[in-house]
Design a protein. Sequence first.
Length: 378
Amino acid sequence: MKKLGIYIHIPFCTKKCDYCDFYSVKWMETLEDKYIKSAINELTSYSELKNKYLVDTIFLGGGTPSILKTDNLEKLINSVKSIFTVTEDAEITLEANPNTLNKYNLNEYKKMGINRLSIGIQSLDDTILKNIGRIHNSKEALGAIEKAKEEVFTNINADVMFNIPGQTIESIENTILRLIEKGIKHISYYSLKLEEGTPMYILERDNKITMPKEELEREMYYAGRDIMEKHGLVQYEISNFAVTGFECRHNLKYWNQEEYIGIGPSAHSFFNAVRYNNPSDLKEYIQGALRGNFQRNIQESLTEESLIFEYIMLRLRLNEGLKFTDFKKKFSIDFFEKYKKEIEYLTKNHLIVSTSEGIKLTQKGMDISNYVFIQFME
Ligand SMILES: C[S@@+](CC[C@H](N)C(=O)[O-])C[C@H]1O[C@@H](n2cnc3c(N)ncnc32)[C@H](O)[C@@H]1O
Ligand code: SF4
């Protein structure tokens, strides 16, 4: 049996943050109930996979999954478990906003099998939180972690952002250190990107805010990385740091080019070497799904050659790099033999390190990673 990941997009937020362009609409109870029915219909449309695949990761992302009523969330998770074969030790992640978590829902989450929380902390600096339009403050953020720990969640990720106007290196270091002190074992560390059309994008365009200069952005990245590494959170992907054993198994599927299906508006899938996504429109999604119609936009159908190139890029973005045995298992090709010339050239120029087990980028290679990737293009 092959392994499969399931991503379910929960397209609701209490209020849109000023930087975010992930697909979500304002939460409404009637919409939530219709959405749950629709998502279960979409899950059912994949039911023929039950006999060929084992689901070993489920990721409820958003939007704000923790906004859902617990009975709806339970229906959703129970549907996955009845439609597919889910492994005993499956990783089940729920993304949560700090001020939606309480003793009651955390306890329910635990009972329904959720074993990993990903909390959108962003910063523990109240001015920064206010400036980016978050609806929580640092006290609520720390309180949410505390409550999650009381309900015996040990596998908790905190999303942290840097490159925010007005943010300092001290503020970032302080945020990260306090999170680590609280026992956080995984941090997703994102550089703020101004997405077209968002309130922050407009403020910057109108010269009302100034983004940090590129050198400061890099300094912030290195400062965050260093402090995490110093305290045992090892970088395993450009934006992800974890105590060994707490890496996110679902997200590793994206970087290992493993199969996953996405449920809900805007969700992406990679299945049978095809990348496709659902349109970002909740009303249309519900109308279609309640009648059993699912519109899917095919982004690309990957040939063997493009699968190989994409795999090299994905693996080189991971700190572990590309392992020859994994490559052989996936494509039945000897990587070293096929790319002998390229490996020699890149090693001589200190862009990769190669051992008998595999290759990985050096710091210089990471800085000009696109140049390295191009060398492997057919
Ligand atoms: C889609 S959100 C879901 C989490 C949850 N709704 C929350 O915000 O608390 C996942 C994470 O993406 C990051 N993110 C969203 N928009 C971003 C942007 N424009 N630039 C960088 N990171 C961003 C934030 O750190 C956020 O926590
Ligand atoms: S960052 Fe999270 S809470 Fe804020 S708008 Fe985006 S999805 Fe919603």
